[in-house]
Design a binder for this molecule. Structure first.
Ligand code: PLP
Length: 357
């Protein structure tokens, strides 16, 4: 059976070595030694000045929207994982969808200004599949209209744009360290910000608002990650170069084997150092996709229809029609991509995809 992804497991001895440190200190949460060490290592690797590791990639979206969204309208992409939209609604803000670019698959920056009203507070866009949004254009619009920019960068671990960490763009970026993501802690995530006051607010928000044991800066929730999850992260982190190199081999394999006269690849934005996080392909029609999906299933190959449905159609939003996103959502398939996927499997997958009529 070939799934869409397999979570990367570091050697168990390495994991238990890190877990042992938590046992030695008898300390399992509340930002122990392992969480702090993980943060230090990730800050160096990702080339950012400030980050806080959290218990997943959704809580940081909620924290950012709580602090910056202020119950207003949030301009957002309909082509993302459901968490992007759900976090907006969960924080009592209103999602205002703007359609995506048909090749980059990120929010279409040329359509953003038309969607701004006097209730707009933020733009929340996703660097979908690790492909950066048009960050310069988006930030120029935000500046002009006095809006905050939040990037759901759940897919963008390690991505660089114009020689900078992608997490350095926008007011806030968030990442997910879920087991299926490129770098993982089992469950986990992170938040990034540049403004010192915002950093402080985000930090206390993820720890119940605590200032000291007995006093509070303000409202907070529990966004803390445990030492056991940090132990997994530290063990996975030691293989980061191996993980990226192995995924690059798979991506290069698909690039060489697939017939791009029938299917289309996502276009990577110029100036991007990508992370090989997903391999999305677009079929001409949904019928072509479904036919291919059946033939792959018959060979025990299970890609995923990421992302479907288009988020303007989920039942708890009143979204306008988004022709590009809805069309892409019907025609997109993410191909199996993980460390340990063999070349023979790539050949089989590619042969099946190339043979559709
Ligand atoms: C995975 C993902 C999230 C949510 O992350 P969790 O760690 O599972 O909470 C949010 N946005 C996008 C685009 C994702 O892919």
């Amino acid at each position: 059976m070939i799934p869409i992804t397999k979570c990367f497991l570091p050697p168990i001895e390495l994991y238990t070595e890190w877990v042992q440190k938590a046992y030695d200190k008898q300390w399992l949460t509340n930002r122990g030694e392992l969480v702090q060490l993980l943060e230090e290592r990730l800050k160096g690797y990702l080339d950012v000045d400030w980050m806080t590791v959290t218990n997943n990639g959704t809580i940081p979206l909620q924290i950012a929207l709580k602090l910056l969204g202020k119950g207003g309208e949030i301009i957002t992409t309909p082509f993302s994982y459901v968490a992007t939209t759900a976090a907006i609604v969960w924080e009592n803000c209103t999602p205002v969808f703007v359609d995506i670019h048909p090749e980059y698959l990120t929010i279409d920056e040329t359509k953003i200004e038309a969607a701004i009203t006097n209730k707009t507070t933020c733009i929340l866009a996703t660097h979908v599949f690790g492909n950066p949004c048009a960050v310069e254009a988006i930030e120029a619009i935000a500046k002009k209209h006095n809006l905050y920019v939040i990037y759901d960068a759940a897919h963008a671990f390690g991505v660089r744009h114009d020689e900078q960490s992608i997490f350095n763009y926008g007011d806030v970026s968030t990442c997910s360290f879920h087991a299926t993501k490129l770098f993982h802690t089992g469950e986990g995530g992170a938040m990034f910000a540049k403004d010192a006051q915002l950093q402080q607010q985000m930090y206390y928000s993820h720890n119940f608002g605590h200032k000291g044991p007995l006093d509070f800066h303000g409202l907070g929730i529990n966004g803390k990650i445990s030492e056991l999850h940090a132990a997994m992260g530290l063990a996975v982190f030691e293989s980061m170069d191996v993980i990226i190199a192995a995924r690059k081999v798979v991506v290069d394999g698909y690039d060489a084997l697939l017939d791009f006269t029938k299917i289309e690849k996502m276009k990577l934005r110029a100036g991007t150092e990508w992370n090989y996080s997903y391999y999305p392909v677009l079929f001409r029609t949904e019928a072509d996709l479904l036919d291919t999906l059946e033939r792959l299933k018959a060979n025990a190959i299970y890609p995923r229809r990421y992302f479907n449905p288009s988020l303007n159609t989920v039942p708890y939003v009143q979204g306008a029609v988004m022709p590009v996103s809805e069309s892409v959502a019907r025609r997109v398939l993410c191909l199996p991509l993980y460390v340990g996927l063999e070349h023979i499997d790539l050949e089989n997958i590619s042969k099946i995809i190339n043979s559709y009529k």
